[in-house]
Design a protein around this ligand. Structure first.
Ligand code: PLP
Length: 383
């Protein structure tokens, strides 16, 4: 069968494939530890689900504005103002069906044939495939285990050519959890400003940083590159809302307008009910996020402890973003890719280590028990 060229350039998301395989095996009764998709095993916080119930009861079930409701756009703007001190108006905001669609819209809006777009590996495979779907060429810079997989400015800058049109940075990164330091992003942004290059930030794991390091990447980009940068975020990992499909992009009104046009001919608005739920998540109390993060950290530490005494494995606990090893440890390599990097099967920053009943998993007590036990202890602010 003759399919369109673009389908030959990409394959099915390896993450989705691993998830489907794991689901199939589980249905057969196999005990599977699935490290494929970054999927919280917590249920969505109760106050978020309650907002969705209310939306259904109020018949808030029609089309909304294609780019999302003004209320949700304002809630996103408020969140970024509170967390990072940056300002984005509703005209500079689009609500999408997940962070994936936000990134895809932006890739289609900005990149095209003849353009090179730099991103990093090990990384989330979809970023590379989206660059290809936009007819651009992915340029992949590698990060290294002996450097904690840190993304360094000099590595990215070494990959710039006259054809570079954009840089896509995922921090915290999937699957390594590594962060780009603010100073490194600033150096990239300054060079991007000089060359007229776009910087696209994938912030889907932005609230899942284990160690208290400065990581105000939106603030850095707004300072150095406000009119050539786009921030993409998502409710999926932060609020355990992977199935609800809600993400967003923040950037110059012209780019957001182009994303809106693209989305108006593909999916239209993100689900109306989801938008109400996301608004409750963003505006509501945030200690549910802290509670999940604490639990992820506890599991991470436990896993590192166990694996550290396993003679067949080498475990590198991530250094913080600001820790810079001696320069001899820093290597720099670039690959202009025609094929996607292989699928990764590591625990990613937002995921639990385990999706079956394990001794370290709170879901061993039943998923509701997580929120209920907190509610019992101090009437959780998540309700
Ligand atoms: C790095 C990264 N960015 C973006 C996404 C998209 O998430 P979603 O579309 O569920 O918001 C994912 C999902 O796994 C991811 O790992």
């Amino acid at each position: 069968m003759q399919l369109a060229d673009r389908t030959q350039r990409i394959g099915v998301s390896p993450t989705m494939k691993v998830a489907a395989d794991a689901m199939r095996l589980k249905a057969q009764g196999v005990d599977v530890v699935d490290l494929g998709a970054g999927e919280p095993d917590f249920p969505t916080p109760p106050h978020v689900s309650a907002a969705a119930h209310r939306a259904i009861e109020d018949n808030f079930t029609k089309y909304t504005a294609n780019s999302g409701t003004d209320d949700l756009k304002r809630a996103i703007g408020q969140r970024y103002r509170t967390d990072y001190g940056v300002e984005y108006t509703p005209a500079e905001t689009i609500v999408t069906a997940g962070g994936k669609q936000a990134l895809f819209n932006v890739a289609l809006a900005l990149f095209g044939s003849g353009d090179e777009v730099i991103t990093h590996a090990p990384g989330w495979p979809t970023l590379v495939e989206q660059i290809k779907l936009a007819d651009a060429t992915p340029v992949i810079v590698r990060t290294h285990v002996d450097d904690g997989f840190a993304l360094r400015a000099e590595t990215i800058l070494a990959a710039f050519t006259p054809r570079t049109r954009g840089v896509i940075i995922n921090s915290p990164a999937n699957p390594t959890g590594a962060l780009i330091a603010e100073a490194d992003l600033a150096a990239v942004a300054e060079e991007a400003a000089r060359r007229g290059v776009w910087v696209l930030l994938d912030l889907c794991y932005e609230r899942l940083i284990y160690d208290p390091v400065p990581h105000n990447l939106p603030g850095v980009l707004v300072r150095h590159l406000r009119d050539r940068s786009v921030l993409c975020g998502s409710a999926s990992k932060t609020y355990a809302m992977t199935g609800w499909r809600c993400g967003w992009a923040l950037g110059p009104a012209e780019v957001i307008g182009a994303c809106n046009a693209l989305q108006s001919h593909s999916t239209s608005n993100a689900a109306s009910i989801t938008q109400k739920a996301a608004e409750a998540a963003l505006r509501g109390p945030q200690d549910c996020v802290t509670a999940m993060l604490d639990e992820y950290r506890r599991r991470r530490d436990q896993l590192v402890e166990w694996l550290s005494v396993e003679p067949r494995m080498t475990v590198h606990k991530r250094p913080t973003a600001s820790a810079r090893p001696p320069s001899s440890h820093r290597r720099c390599s670039t690959r202009r890719a025609s094929r996607s990097p292989p699928a990764r099967r590591s625990t990613r920053p937002g995921s639990c280590a385990c999706r079956t009943r394990r001794p370290w998993s709170s879901s061993a007590r039943g998923p509701r028990a997580f929120w209920n036990s907190r509610a019992g202890a101090r009437r959780s602010a998540c309700e």
